[in-house]
Design a binder for this molecule. Structure first.
Ligand code: NAD
Length: 384
């Protein structure tokens, strides 16, 4: 199958490698002249690491390389069955590229965007055939993260959605279907992991190390929120938060924090800049957490109920199915358990009571319990 990828940056390169590994012929295009050289060097490095680890042999590595053709013109996208766009996050630029592309590809070619925050429907609206347009959202790094969110726009043909999903599944990825709303599943539901943890810090209850320790120890999260923000990059994480907040018409529960904004302004971006919430320079000493059991459990429980509340609200608003919500959080951000499953284990009534207690204490919108939790507690129901 011939697959087209537009944009050879962090995401496009990874998606091209995934598609080529699955045996497809890939055409890759980028408007930046130096992109080809950067891509080829990056791919060679990735593949030699895989060979070293014994995950693939030399023959496979060569076949992956020869499956990818870096092209200088979109004209060479003729004959593609699917084109995934992964260029800069700008609506007009994306719309322009798709109107041009539509004049090149065949009528039945599926068009998709890897956008994290733009509306799929808005990008599709620039096409003559918006019914063949869907969102196909990979996670970074695309070669490693198993999850892909597939998003129909308002005008998407359900047959195109199923076909698109089938193709991505054949690349050994796990697909979930999300409604075309800001943050789709993962980037929406994960907001409190960062936001509530920062809030706990801002209120002076605990420092970064203690909050990270609490979520890892009592929640089983592989990384604490501050370690994870440093890993993702505070600039990237802040932009996602800011975009989700704006796109939800300034819904206060998604409000970004000054703590993170100042980190970005100070260029404390995390691991990539050598300093973020933690210092990564050589010889730097990691701060010790305050391992107080009661404090740790309180922090963990506060963040977890906020996450569960967000997951419940997403289910209530039909953003995705119960199974897809749980799968998205375990495969997209490595949560130790699906949040809805976790809610059942913790008890729906207990989760609701904790939300209500927070709301009574703060009188802030962010602590408003999802109506779904309230109905379920009243009717004695569980998610599973
Ligand atoms: N980085 C992430 O964590 C992540 C995760 C999921 C989705 N996304 C989304 O994927 C897309 C790409 O993100 P990225 O992180 O790979 O960005 P990036 O900056 O690493 O790469 C973008 C590439 O697109 C090229 N480009 C820009 N305009 C172009 C045009 N008009 N035609 C052809 N090429 C063009 C650039 O030269 C660059 O190589 C964005 O829509 C982003 O929202 C990013």
């Amino acid at each position: 199958m011939k697959i087209g990828i537009i944009g050879a940056g962090a995401m496009g390169s990874g998606i091209a490698e995934v598609a080529a590994t699955a045996g497809n012929e890939v055409v890759l295009y980028d408007s930046y002249v130096a992109a080809e050289d950067k891509f080829k060097k990056g791919l060679a490095k990735n593949l030699s690491k895989l060979v070293e680890k014994g995950k693939i042999d030399d023959v496979k590595a060569k076949s992956i390389q020869s499956n990818i053709h870096f092209v200088s013109k979109l004209d060479q996208f003729k004959g593609c069955e699917l084109v995934i766009e992964a260029i800069i996050e700008n609506l007009e630029t994306k719309q322009e590229i798709f109107s041009h592309l539509e004049s090149i590809v065949d009528e039945n070619c599926i068009l998709a965007s890897n956008t994290s925050s733009l509306s799929i429907t808005a990008i599709a609206a620039s096409c003559n055939k918006p019914e063949r347009f869907i969102g196909i959202h990979f996670f970074n790094p695309a070669t490693i993260m198993p999850l892909v969110e597939v998003i129909p726009g308002v005008m998407s043909d359900p047959k195109i959605l199923s076909r698109g999903r089938e193709i991505i599944n054949s690349w050994k990825k796990t697909t979930v279907v999300a409604k075309d709303t800001p943050g789709f599943i993962v980037n929406r539901i994960a907001r409190p992991f960062y936001g509530e943890s920062i809030r706990v810090y801002e209120e002076g209850f605990a420092d970064f190390a203690t909050i990270d320790w609490a979520l890892k120890t009592y929640g089983g999260f592989k990384m604490g929120p501050f370690e994870l923000m440093d890993f993702i990059g505070n600039d990237i994480n802040y932009t996602v938060t800011e975009t989700v907040y704006k796109e939800f018409w300034n819904d206060p529960k998604y409000k970004p924090s000054f703590t993170q904004k100042r980190m970005v302004e100070a260029k404390r971006l995390g691991r990539k800049s050598g300093k973020g919430y933690y210092d990564y320079s050589e010889g730097a000493i990691m701060p010790e957490p305050n391992k107080d059991e009661e404090l740790g459990k309180n922090i963990f429980w506060r963040v977890l109920v906020m996450l569960i509340n967000e997951a419940a609200e997403a289910l209530y608003l039909n953003i995705a199915s119960r199974e897809d919500i749980d799968e998205a959080m375990t495969k997209g951000v490595n949560y130790p358990k699906g949040l809805l499953k976790w809610a059942d284990e913790m008890g729906i009534q207990h989760t609701l009571d904790t939300m209500d207690r927070l709301f009574n204490e703060y009188h802030e919108e962010r602590y408003k319990a999802s109506v779904l939790l309230r109905k379920m507690a009243r009717d004695g129901k569980t998610f599973y």
